[in-house]
Design a protein around this ligand. Structure first.
Ligand code: DAK
Length: 266
């Protein structure tokens, strides 16, 4: 699919520039809290992004400078019962897994509060850049809940079980430097503008490489989280698939012929 016009959403803004799509969660008056509509829009947006040939990478951020996402919408949460709670959790998990499994690199620019579902959303992205005012945290226990959008699984993989339990059981807020030191965020920048610039530069560097290799690298790393298949088995299978691609032939030939590769994505 090639891009004609970007789709429009009630709660998201999509813009593309040089094959990088910036997806902004846009409920600034509620600090971009995740309600059902945001989840629905995210699912549609990522379905579109994953299929759009002209989009090769994504930046996910929140509108304004105060919050990335201040959590699941507490008004909606308060009305849940066991049945609707389980359904909402499964629904959110599906959307967040779709982001994690995207074949295109997804960088979260975490600008301000990323609490509860906001931290969980950032954790489902491939890379996190925190602004200097970023605040992460999983305060669900303070609402009598536990993280319901994958936080109990993704956080320990990044920071280790002990640190994850300490954060989840205390519900305490973690500032940008601690987030980077613990491995929760990859790096931090000053302002949101600086972080967006850094994300674009980082993605620009990645996009010089063959798209198939980027896609398989994401798949292989994600396979290490999957209890069903052996990550090493998945890596070997994906490596083998890459050896049959034009990008592999072009990358190796370009090196041997001392020229820059020109990847076609096949
Ligand atoms: N939900 C709804 N509205 C929110 C919100 C939220 N999470 N966070 C902020 N807002 C709204 C405020 O109500 C306020 O709206 P108005 O009163 O102006 O109409 C507006 O955003 C501005 O917020 P504040 O006036 O509170 O702003 P402050 O600067 O004073 O404070 C703050 C910023 C981020 C410290 C504060 O807003 C705050 O504490 N927000 C709540 C943070 C939080 O606890 N988030 C929820 C985490 S728990 C599950 C699925 C998912 C989850 C769990 C289970 N299953 C289905 C099982 C996930 C849970 C969570 O995310």
């Amino acid at each position: 699919m090639t891009i004609s016009a970007l789709p429009e959403f009630e709660t998201l803004l999509l813009e593309t520039d040089q094959h990088i799509c910036t997806c902004t969660i846009n409920r600034p008056d509620k600090l971009n809290a995740l309600n059902g509509r945001v989840l629905e829009d995210l699912e549609k947006a990522f379905t579109y992004i994953n299929e759009a040939d002209d989009i090769r990478a994504v930046i996910l951020t929140g509108a304004g400078t105060k919050a990335f996402v201040a959590g699941a919408d507490i008004k909606e949460l308060s009305a849940l019962n066991p049945e609707t709670g389980k359904k909402l959790s499964a629904n959110g998990q599906r959307v967040f897994s779709m982001i994690e499994d995207s074949s295109k690199p997804v960088v979260a620019v975490v600008n301000g509060y990323a609490l509860g579902g906001g931290t969980e959303l950032a954790l489902s992205c491939h890379i996190r850049i925190a602004t200097e005012n970023a605040v992460f945290g999983l305060p669900e226990v303070s609402l009598g809940l536990i993280p319901g959008y994958g936080g109990t699984q993704r956080l320990p993989r990044l920071v280790g079980k002990g640190k994850a339990l300490e954060m989840i059981l205390s519900g305490r807020m973690v500032k940008a430097r601690e987030a980077v030191d613990s491995g929760m965020a990859n790096t931090f920048s000053g302002s949101k503008e600086d972080a967006l610039k850094q994300a674009r530069e980082m993605l620009g560097g990645m996009l010089k490489h063959g798209p198939v290799a980027l896609q398989k690298a994401i798949q292989a790393v994600n396979a290490s989280d999957d209890g069903k298949t052996s990550g090493l088995e998945a890596e070997a299978g994906l490596f083998g698939e890459l050896c049959g691609t034009g990008d592999f032939k072009e990358g190796t030939s370009a090196f041997l012929e001392k020229r820059k590769p020109s990847f076609s994505g096949n």
